[in-house]
Design a protein around this ligand. Sequence first.
Ligand SMILES: [Zn+2]
Length: 76
Amino acid sequence: MSIPRSTDEVPSCSARGCRAAAEWALRWNNPRLHTADRRKTWLACADHRSSLGDFLDARGFLREVAPLAGSPTLDG
Ligand SMILES: [Zn+2]
């Protein structure tokens, strides 16, 4: 197995100023801006999953939260 993978491509958390590796994908939709089947994705580290999720949930935007596939830290 030799899938080329640059370490620069590791997805990082979407929280402002946070450079931690993302562990979660928060999928959301703003019905004022997006069609109903559209999904925007924010990535979150373990520390920011709840704060980003709460931000979206408070606005009624949050649709689902899923573990980020391929994260090496999911079993941590
Ligand atoms: Zn973070």
